[in-house]
Ligand binder design. Structure first.
Ligand SMILES: C[S@@+](CC[C@H](N)C(=O)[O-])C[C@H]1O[C@@H](n2cnc3c(N)ncnc32)[C@H](O)[C@@H]1O
Length: 259
């Protein structure tokens, strides 16, 4: 369990995003712990995201898509790739930015990425005629940007994804709300918002370093997004009683349309 769990139950004030050492985020340890052995929930996240991205407006057009807080994870980029003219990975930790750039130029695709790309291709279906190797197209379309979610430009992208970021960077509800607001507003009016959130988590540990998580429910997420999006749907998926990985026991999946 997270090392700071006991501290959380004490009277200390909640920690904010700036209180954590993101520069020391151990990208390879995170990748190995969370994605080293693919779990059926990862495949579910992919299927949920692909379902929404496939139908994202404007229908049939190639989209300019951002993923926020990408971390050492190519899954969001795989999900976006078939619909994307361009993809931006907007990540805060320089270690993760460097890791992503290095992973995109590896000579050999990691077996985990082969698995997740196969799940993505299946989720898109045979009509999409997707390549066996997604890396050349990703290299051509993806830009890895170092930046904070709080500094996202407004109304810049056609669609945005966010996997386990806004609730996993702070213990402060006001910061979570601010992060969701900048995420929702970085998309043009009418654009698709797609996000997955950790559920019932008290934090997570990467290479013995503790990181925060806010405890959320579908209702609390819908309330936060109500000011920024219409057609909001937040549902619990794959929730179990035990931790599958540090801080993870299932997810809430959100879709909506930017106002
Ligand atoms: C729990 S990880 C999620 C990583 C990845 N999206 C995934 O699904 O595995 C949280 C991510 O948020 C990033 N992060 C921390 N503070 C941030 C900020 N202010 N703006 C954007 N991303 C931030 C971290 O570096 C980390 O990559």
């Amino acid at each position: 369990m997270p090392a700071d769990k006991t501290q959380q139950s004490s009277a200390r004030p909640p920690s904010g995003n700036a209180d954590y050492q993101w520069a020391a985020f151990d990208s390879e340890a995170y990748f190995q712990h969370y994605y080293g052995e693919p779990h059926p929930d990862d495949d579910r996240v992919i299927r949920c995201a692909v379902e929404t991205i496939k139908g994202a407006p404007p229908a049939g057009a190639e989209l300019d898509i951002v993923d926020v807080g990408t971390g050492p994870n190519l899954i969001p980029l795989f999900c976006a790739l078939p619909r994307a003219a361009r993809i931006t990975a907007w990540e805060y930790a320089q270690s993760n930015v460097d890791w992503l750039k290095a992973d995109l130029v590896r000579a050999d695709m990691r077996p985990q990425w082969r698995h997740f790309w196969a799940v993505t291709r299946t989720a898109y279906g045979p009509d999409w005629d997707l390549p066996e190797d997604p890396i050349p197209a990703l290299q051509a379309k993806a830009t890895i940007r170092q930046g904070s979610i709080f500094d996202l430009p407004a109304r810049r992208w056609d669609a945005a994804t966010m996997f386990f970021c806004a609730e996993s960077i702070t213990e402060r509800p006001d910061e979570f709300e601010a992060a969701c607001a900048t995420f929702a507003r970085c998309v043009k009016q009418g654009g698709a918002l797609i996000a997955a959130f950790l559920v019932r988590s008290a934090g997570y540990v990467v290479a013995e370093r503790s990181f925060p998580v806010l405890s959320l429910s579908p209702d609390s997420i819908e309330t936060v997004f109500a000011a920024h999006a219409s057609g909001i749907k937040a549902e619990k998926i794959g929730i179990v009683e035990r931790e599958i990985r540090s801080g993870y026991s299932g997810f809430i999946f959100l879709t909506g349309t930017a106002r």
